[in-house]
Design a protein around this ligand. Structure first.
Ligand SMILES: Cc1ncc(COP(=O)(O)O)c(C=O)c1O
Length: 366
């Protein structure tokens, strides 16, 4: 069993490991980027699901965090996080009752994109004697949740008529995040910005001012930040930087983020043609492609539930028992596979375990 003070070599495998030095550099870089531009930073905690990490982000200047689920908000609130935006729609009355109960204890915001959602939210808050901030979500190109920009004013009027506090618009463009070139993501966000402006105009035509536009992710934030429309950034993955995000071109002037999340594995079987590691689908997600072997020229040739297969590329195959560090393809669902983080200070090769942190909001979450 891995313990604080252990050398990285001794970390039992498979393990979800944070390189704390790299994570703190990422945290400071994004905090500085936002504060230099007078933008609010509200990082997405659906990625790390950890109250400790959320509080580190808030200490570094974030106004609070985002989550996607009521239960995620409950888990982080239990860990001492006091300002949480559920950047998602909540429709089920029993979930709204829990949201309202939480809103009596901490500051809560939530997104809406339907009249029914507004009515049920207002009813739940009224029953509990609670208040919450309400963001009208606008579909700015992703084709997921959100109303059309021209319909934002009418829904915002329903928000205010229901006695809810209109906090602004959510305009998040998810499919713009993984476009590979800066030109592609810049063009996608140009369209998103125009749609967010149209939604602001729709509010204005309804006689309402829009206090804030919130959105953006790790693959596009520099464009939302430069738009003059967005006042708050919701990036999440910048903190850990998975393999998929590292394949995006970084635009000039945007901060660079380092890999800070790894899965440690070890070679458990060795053939002439390949080596087998003790980490497969149950240790990392492959929805955004396979993990990358870190620091070694080895090909990740495939995986099954508990195994990964490596082949030689530039480097020779590793020996039995050797440690292999993997950079996950997608950090969010990889984190969700683990109960805890092993937090390392001093680098992967020669560092030691400084802490063990729970993945507080692990699971599908209601
Ligand atoms: C509503 C919302 N905001 C922000 C993000 C930020 O994501 P990322 O981790 O890509 O920075 C996401 C990610 O899916 C999201 O759904």
């Amino acid at each position: 069993m891995t313990q604080c003070g252990d050398a990285t070599d001794a970390i039992d495998t498979p393990a979800l490991v944070i390189d704390l030095d790299a994570m703190q550099r990422n945290l400071q870089r994004m905090a500085a980027f936002a504060s230099d531009r007078n933008l609010r930073l509200r990082p997405h905690a659906k990625m790390h699901k950890s109250a400790i990490i959320a509080k580190l982000q808030i200490e570094a200047g974030a106004v609070g965090v985002c989550v996607q689920k009521v239960e995620e908000a409950e888990s982080l609130a239990a860990g001492g996080v006091h300002d949480i935006f559920i950047s998602n729609e909540v429709i089920a009355p029993h979930k709204l009752a829990r949201l309202a109960a939480l809103a009596k204890r901490i500051r809560i915001a939530v997104a809406v994109d339907s009249e029914l959602g507004v009515q049920r939210l207002a009813q739940a808050l009224q029953c509990a004697g609670a208040t919450a901030d309400c963001f009208v979500e606008v579909d700015v190109g992703q084709g997921r949740c959100g109303v059309a920009p021209a319909a934002a004013g009418a829904l915002a009027l329903q928000v205010t008529a229901a006695g809810l506090h209109l906090a602004g618009l959510q305009a998040y463009h998810g499919t713009a995040q993984h476009l590979r070139t800066a030109a592609q993501s810049g063009a996608a966000i140009e369209t998103a910005v125009a749609l967010a402006r149209a939604a602001q105009a729709s509010l204005l035509a309804a006689g309402l001012v829009c206090p804030l536009v919130t959105g953006a992710g790790t693959g596009s934030f520099e464009f939302e930040a430069a738009s003059g429309v967005f006042g708050e950034l919701q990036c999440g993955s910048y903190l850990f930087m998975d393999r998929d995000y590292a394949e995006n071109q970084v635009s000039p002037g945007a901060p660079r983020f380092e890999h800070a999340l790894f899965v440690k594995s070890q070679v458990m079987s060795r053939a002439v043609s390949h080596a087998v590691i003790d980490a497969g689908h149950k240790a990392y997600a492959v929805d955004s492609g396979p993990p990358r072997v870190w620091g070694r020229e080895l090909e990740f040739a495939g995986c099954s539930d508990e195994h990964g297969v490596l082949r030689a590329r530039g480097d020779a195959l590793p020996e039995l028992g050797e440690s292999i560090w993997l950079v996950p393809g997608h950090c969010d669902p990889t984190v969700n596979l683990h109960d805890r983080y092993v937090v390392v200070r001093g680098g992967l090769a020669h560092g030691q375990v400084e802490a063990l942190w729970r993945v507080d909001a692990r699971g599908a979450m209601a």
